[in-house]
Design a binder for this molecule. Structure first.
Ligand SMILES: Nc1ncnc2c1ncn2[C@@H]1O[C@H](COP(=O)(O)OP(=O)(O)OP(=O)(O)O)[C@@H](O)[C@H]1O
Ligand SMILES: [Mg+2]
Length: 182
């Protein structure tokens, strides 16, 4: 099977454990992953997005929302804490807790109310709200690529399922990526 340089590639899978590792050679691969994932998420799901500054968390959210038909901007919620989108009648709440000094700020800001059955919650820097932010159905951890030889500064993302729903999602995501993102 030919896999173009722009495609995400599954480089490791531990299905029994509900985990998948995907190589994202460039931004276009991140966008393809976002497109695949967007169509698999169900209302009520919580997705944690981990990884250092600039690792690709917001980029992934942007490509997910675009894939579902959102045409406006998708800004980083670093200062606003949460950005709200309604796409195809589904509420998407995009959080970024980077600026929290203490996890209690999650409760102080009343953010628990956003985590409802009818909404999909996408959370950057969940560790900053540890103990307060609801557990994830899926957790994506972005790493910077280390292919210095070709100067390819891609990304590697580990995806872990934290629930039965997340596991089902991960299985289908793996299939879609292996099919080239369709
Ligand atoms: N697979 C990829 N390979 C190389 N560059 C990528 C890839 N995916 C995204 N990028 C680039 O990496 C940067 C990621 O920025 P982004 O704001 O998404 O990071 P972030 O993880 O949300 O950071 P922060 O923690 O500051 O919110 C963007 O400039 C984007 O173009
Ligand atoms: Mg971000």
């Amino acid at each position: 099977m030919h896999v173009s340089d722009d495609s995400p590639v599954v480089v490791g899978a531990a299905r029994g454990e509900g985990a998948l590792t995907v190589s994202l050679p460039n931004e276009s691969a991140t966008a393809t992953l976002g497109r695949c994932l967007a169509k698999l998420l169900l209302p009520g799901m919580v997705v944690w997005l981990d990884g250092d500054l600039g690792a690709g968390k917001t980029s992934l959210v942007r490509s997910m929302l675009r894939a579902l038909g959102h045409e406006g901007p998708v800004k980083s919620p670093t200062y606003t804490l949460v950005e709200v989108y309604v796409v195809s009648s589904i509420y998407f709440y995009h959080f970024d807790f980077y600026r929290f000094n203490q996890p209690e700020e999650f409760e102080d800001a009343g953010l628990g109310e956003y985590f409802q059955k009818n909404a999909i919650c996408l959370v950057e820097w969940p560790a900053k709200a540890a103990g307060y932010v609801p557990a994830p159905d899926l957790e994506l951890t972005f790493h910077f690529g280390s292919d210095t030889e070709s100067q390819n500064n891609g990304r590697l993302v580990e995806i872990r399922a934290g629930s039965q729903e997340g596991r089902a999602c991960l299985g289908e995501l793996s299939n879609r990526i292996r099919r080239g993102g369709s």
